[in-house]
Design a protein around this ligand. Sequence first.
Ligand SMILES: *[C@@H]1O[C@H](CO)[C@@H](O)[C@H](O)[C@H]1NC(C)=O
Ligand SMILES: *[C@@H]1O[C@H](CO)[C@@H](O)[C@H](O)[C@H]1NC(C)=O
Ligand SMILES: *[C@@H]1O[C@H](CO)[C@@H](O)[C@H](O)[C@H]1NC(C)=O
Ligand SMILES: *[C@@H]1O[C@H](CO)[C@@H](O)[C@H](O)[C@H]1NC(C)=O
Ligand SMILES: *[C@@H]1O[C@H](CO)[C@@H](O)[C@H](O)[C@H]1NC(C)=O
Ligand SMILES: *[C@@H]1O[C@H](CO)[C@@H](O)[C@H](O)[C@H]1NC(C)=O
Length: 458
Amino acid sequence: EVDDTPDIPSLVRALGGCRTPVCHTLLGDPPPTPKPIPELWTLLAHLLHPNTTAAEHGLVLAPDGSTVALAPLFAGIEVGLKRAAGWSGPIDQPYAALDALYAVTITEALGTSFLMARVNGTAALGPDGCWDDVDNPQNFTLLGPPSLVPDAVANGAMDGVLLGTRLAEEPIPLSVLFRRYYGVENGITSGWPHSSRRRRDFGALTAVGKLEEEVAAMLRVLRGLSPTRELLEEFGEEEEAGVAHRAAREFMEVYVECPAIIPRCMWGARPYRGTPKPLSPPLGSIYIHHTFVPSAPCRSFAACARDMRSMQLFHQDTRGWDDIGYSFVVGSDGYLYQGRGWHWVGAHTRGHNTKGYGVGYVGNFSTSLPDPEAIALVRDGLIPCAVRAGWLHQNYTLHGHRQMVNTSCPGDALFQEIQTWHGFKVGTGSCGIAGIGHLAHSDALEMEGWGKCGGCWG
Ligand SMILES: *[C@@H]1O[C@H](CO)[C@@H](O)[C@H](O)[C@H]1NC(C)=O
Ligand SMILES: *[C@@H]1O[C@H](CO)[C@@H](O)[C@H](O)[C@H]1NC(C)=O
Ligand SMILES: *[C@@H]1O[C@H](CO)[C@@H](O)[C@H](O)[C@H]1NC(C)=O
Ligand SMILES: *[C@@H]1O[C@H](CO)[C@@H](O)[C@H](O)[C@H]1NC(C)=O
Ligand SMILES: *[C@@H]1O[C@H](CO)[C@@H](O)[C@H](O)[C@H]1NC(C)=O
Ligand SMILES: *[C@@H]1O[C@H](CO)[C@@H](O)[C@H](O)[C@H]1NC(C)=O
């Protein structure tokens, strides 16, 4: 019996996924496009519409709030399915040296992007972007000039590697795989969809040395192909190895070692009121807060985004501040949320807002702690990343809000916890009347949470 219903990966191929030279060589010619095109095909055709000038094509918004490029995702899935059916990859050199799963998902794009970036002096990774409406996403706009590996492609590539690996071990229907991976109702205890752990899981699966080897093998392939042949002609072996090293290192730093930060446009931030005041990084301090109200940790993108909006509303309309007070907010959904960000003075720790970043955990952590993963997100992710990126001094100090201001923030339990973190400094800041000089500007008032304490002024 012949089943002529095409499977999704071949559908994706027929519609223009995997058009790049290496991907095409590895996976072969796409099947012909059958007619008439069923409804599903029309949808996929729309999603995958190949258009190199418009970055918004071929992307979907996952329930966890991350944006995923479909082409690398489905290429990884196709390799996984082929492997499950006994395929062992290309046999001719230089292709035989490639791990097909990494080649079709990430290393062709990564190698090409770092070569282009080096020649053109442009960025090789990023940026992130935003959907026009997260409830009914239609248009996606990048937040800056595009590279060949914007964040959505990095997400799709990591997902392609993870899901391709999974399928190679045990082929299961894609609908089941997607529900388990992207769905929030997947029965896992903490409630995080697996997709919100893609950085951690990809890092666990892929050592930086492995990624470097794969990019190096890819550069040998790209030496034989246009337009990279022309770019690589001027490169010696050492330079080529340097590109592979840098590409692997930077990819892991940006997408694995650093946590994802949901940009303001994705949680529906209102604009800043007035003119933001710039910080002068690297700063010497980081201050840990809890929000107190909202008192329940947010456990989904939708819930965290709603909390961000309500805190901003309160800070702007009731407190009279220019914007949400925190520099960053920590959800219990696997993500950090951008408040004022790295560049602008916040309103979080009275008298110290220009000296450090304020990071607030959504929840009331007087007697309980955030999830271990939410703790690790800041302790092992955000802070070391901020040091590496030059936002924080190497010798930064970390304080709880209560050390600087008369407040119970960040809650007894969380305060106890952060005393074990690197950089924690015993001792107090100045709390009290000295701060009154800052009152002239309402934004200089900082808070505990948004519902309750006014710091030293009660
Ligand atoms: C690609 O997108 C650009 C900008 O949105 C548009 O002007 C152009 O017509 C598109 N090309 C194709 C082949 O659809
Ligand atoms: C970079 O340079 C290459 C070749 O020199 C060119 O094809 C490509 O469009 C450039 N990319 C950007 C983003 O400037
Ligand atoms: C999306 O962008 C296109 C082209 O820029 C525009 O024609 C269309 O109206 C936009 N759709 C929505 C829902 O904003
Ligand atoms: C915060 O937690 C403490 C301890 O469980 C509780 O007494 C307090 O009422 C809570 N506050 C809010 C605003 O939820
Ligand atoms: C921390 O390092 C900076 C420069 O890196 C230096 O100016 C500052 O004095 C140092 N602070 C402490 C407390 O060592
Ligand atoms: C700190 O705040 C508490 C409760 O608001 C108040 O009772 C206490 O007097 C304050 N302490 C100082 C030193 O201001």
